[in-house]
Design a protein around this ligand. Structure first.
Ligand code: FAD
Length: 311
C-alpha cells in the first residue's frame, strides 16, 4: 500500500503548480500529476505572454511554466509526468490511480485539470496558434493593432471578443454558421452598433492560409451554396467554446450544466469534503493564467485549513 499523502494535485498548469508551491511551502509534501503528454498546461502552446505580472518584457509561455514548476520543486513538491486515469474521491481517504495502475492515497485532492478550447479541426490551425490564430482576445488582442481580423462564433464569448478586438483592429468580421446569433440581445446589439464589426452569416471557415509561417488569410464557405470567397485577414480568433476536463469526476462531484466543477465560491471547496478545485476547470468567466494561479493558491490554503481542522 502506498503512503497516505497530505495532498495530491491533478494538473500542471498555473493552478496546479501554484497549489504545489503553496502546499510545499506549508510542509505538506504535495505530489502533483501533470499529464503524460501535455506537461505545463495551456500556456505551453503559446509564445509570448505579456499579461502575467512581474515580467515587464513579457515571457515565453513554456518558460513561465518551467519556472513555476522549478519554484514548486525547490520547496519539495514532487512532480510526476503521468495521468490520473481513475479516482475515488468519496471516502475519507481519496484514491487516485495512475496510468501504470498504481493507486495513490491522499487526505486531500486539488483538481486543476483545466479546459480545452474547441477547435475548428482544420489543417494549419494548431501550427499557426500564436502566429495569427488565437483563442483568447484578452491574451492576444494587443498584437493585432490596425489589422483585419475574423472572429468565429455566434455566442456571448464571440460577441465579447469581437467587441473587445475593435479597440485594436481595423476591422472585425464575425463568421457564424447560422443566420442568427446565439448571443444575448445586449451583446448582439453592442456588436451590431459597432462600425468596425461586420457579419458573415451562414458561413464557415473552409481553409486557413499560411504565408511565411504566419496566418495569410482565410477562405469562407457559404454553408448553403458551398460558394467560397477569400477573406484577407491576419488574425483569426476562434470563439466556439471550451470543454472542461472533468470526465474523471462525473458522478462523484457536482458539475454544472456545462461540465465545470462547482465550488462554494469564494472558496475552492467542491461538493466532497477534502476535494478542492481551481483554475479553468471551474472558471467560465475569467480564464486567465493569473486567475488560475490565484485560485490555485486559494485551493492550497483551503486544503491546508481542512487538514489543520481534521488534526
Ligand atoms: P491548464 O493550463 O489547462 O493546465 C491543466 C493541465 O492539467 C494540463 O496540462 C492537462 O493536461 C493536465 N491534466 C488534465 N487532466 C489530467 C489528468 N487526469 N492527469 C494529469 N494531468 C491532467 N492566459 C493568460 O493569462 N495570458 C495569455 O497570454 C494566455 N495565452 C493563451 C494562449 C493559448 C494558445 C491558450 C490555449 C491559452 C492562453 N491563456 C492565456 C489562458 C491560460 O493558458 C489558461 O487560463 C490557464 O493555463 C489555465 O490554467 P489551469 O492551470 O487551470 O489549466
Amino acid at each position: 500500500m502506498s503512503e497516505i499523502r497530505h495532498v495530491v494535485i491533478i494538473g500542471s498548469g498555473p493552478a496546479g503548480y501554484t497549489a504545489a508551491l503553496y502546499t510545499a511551502r506549508a510542509q505538506l509534501q504535495p505530489l502533483l500529476f501533470g499529464s503524460s503528454i501535455f506537461v505545463g498546461g495551456s500556456l505551453t502552446t503559446t509564445t509570448e505572454v505579456e499579461n502575467f505580472p512581474g515580467f515587464p518584457q513579457g515571457v515565453d509561455g513554456p518558460v513561465l511554466m518551467e519556472n513555476m514548476r522549478a519554484q514548486a520543486e525547490k520547496f519539495g513538491a514532487e512532480m510526476v509526468d503521468d495521468d490520473i486515469v481513475e479516482v475515488n474521491l468519496t471516502g475519507d481517504i481519496k484514491l487516485l490511480t495512475d496510468s501504470a495502475g498504481t493507486v495513490h492515497r491522499a487526505k486531500t485532492v486539488i483538481i486543476a485539470t483545466g479546459s480545452g478550447y474547441r477547435k475548428l479541426g482544420l489543417p494549419n490551425e494548431d501550427a499557426l496558434s500564436g502566429r495569427g490564430v488565437s483563442w483568447c482576445a484578452t491574451c492576444d488582442g494587443f498584437f493585432f493593432r490596425d489589422r483585419d481580423i475574423v472572429v468565429v462564433g455566434g455566442g456571448d464569448t464571440a460577441m465579447e471578443e469581437a467587441t473587445f478586438l475593435t479597440r485594436f483592429a481595423r476591422s472585425v468580421t464575425v463568421v457564424h454558421r447560422r443566420s442568427t446569433l446565439r448571443a444575448s440581445k445586449v451583446m448582439q446589439n453592442r456588436a451590431f452598433a459597432d462600425d468596425k464589426i461586420s457579419f458573415a452569416f451562414d458561413s464557415e471557415i473552409a481553409q486557413i492560409k499560411e504565408t511565411n509561417g504566419m496566418l495569410g488569410g482565410v477562405v469562407l464557405r457559404d454553408v448553403f451554396t458551398g460558394a467560397t470567397r477569400d477573406l484577407d485577414v491576419t488574425g483569426l480568433f476562434i470563439a466556439i467554446g471550451h470543454d472542461p476536463r472533468t470526465e474523471l469526476f462525473t458522478g462523484q462531484l457536482e458539475l454544472d450544466s456545462e461540465g465545470y466543477i462547482q465550488v462554494a465560491s469564494p472558496t475552492t471547496r467542491t461538493s466532497l469534503p477534502g476535494v478542492f478545485a481551481a483554475g479553468d476547470v471551474v472558471d467560465h468567466t475569467y480564464r486567465q493564467a493569473i486567475t488560475a494561479a490565484g485560485t490555485g493558491a486559494a485551493a492550497a490554503l483551503d486544503a491546508e485549513r481542512y487538514l489543520a481542522a481534521r488534526g
